[in-house]
Design a protein around this ligand. Sequence first.
Ligand code: AKG
Ligand code: FE2
Length: 376
Amino acid sequence: MSAAEVHDAAPALAAFHESRAGVRGLVESGVTTVPPIFLTRTASPPLQQESPAAAFSIPTVDLSLPRPDAVALIRAAARSCGFFHATNHGVPAGVVASAVSTARAFHEQPRAARSALYSLEPGGGAVAYSTIPNAPLQQQEGAPLLPWRDTLRVRFGPWEDGEPDLGRLRPAACRDALREYHSALAGFGKEVAGLLSEALGVGAERLEEAMRVEGWLMACHYYPPCPEPARVVGSLEHTDPSLFTVLAQDGVGGLQVRRDGDGDGGGGEWVDVEPVAGALLVNIGDVLKVVSNDELKSVEHRVVIKSTQDARVSIALFFNPARRDKSDLLGPLPELVTPEKPALYRSFTFPEFMSSRREYGHSRSSIERFKVNSSQ
Ligand SMILES: O=C(O)CCC(=O)C(=O)O
Ligand SMILES: [Fe+2]
């Protein structure tokens, strides 16, 4: 984006954030066309190419299968499309359903109640509500400045000085339901870490021992209906920074993943991820791609807006390494480095990784710089 374009867009962007009401606020005020800050900034074709009717669906893994069978299915999924639907996952259906409906209730409560929490501070307090810009103004050449999406971020750690309470999160029922969902998912996350660890052939405990896997950041996304859905993006294409992410969603749909066209989890055609009732969707993130020495794939995904009528709700819980001090190095597990397959990445700390992420944006390039022989 040129300096002049940044200058031109800045007031509209500031006014949008000052409204503190998110994209939902625009929809409530009755917009019938999409404001320019949500539109692509190049003359390129519309954002959403029709996704092909390709016969492809995300694999489903029934976690009640005998463990070796579940591990084999997870290995196949994590090495190919990087995503799988987990069924019979042990998290009570009611806990998931009430988290999703409470996230919807948060975003649909009166404007004054939600705007009290509006904040763009990334590392801020435990709770923040905002439309998170796609990237700093200068990055993401040609992409829209804002997604058609509002997000309530709830942090469950790490806390230096004891856990702050989530008291600012209203309504209280929402706070309780998200807390309950988080505790239920903590157990599920450990289970997934064990299965992925076995899928890597390094023993069920290894990932947990090396990383201490914890889900700290919960993003409750709300994708309002849009008067011109094909002109906006709900979530720009990206890979997740996590070890892995667990997503719960309603039945509206809109998530798409990229088929592996370049052997590295990108470059192929976009396909729809049809919601599977009762399933939790797991995807591999960039940190696990590194730790696995590229045995597992962190695949690009995005969200398109499907509806002029229905809002979509999803909850992403990002599982990250809790071992993240300056002395805790991330890199390929030594067991996965062999003379035939030397380490593809140098070691780095989690803070180093997050700062690369801020600098290079939400795409694969943020881990490329840690590649052995990288020129950066
Ligand atoms: O809403 C979704 O389906 C995906 C959200 C997502 O990709 C993310 O939060 O990283
Ligand atoms: Fe994501």
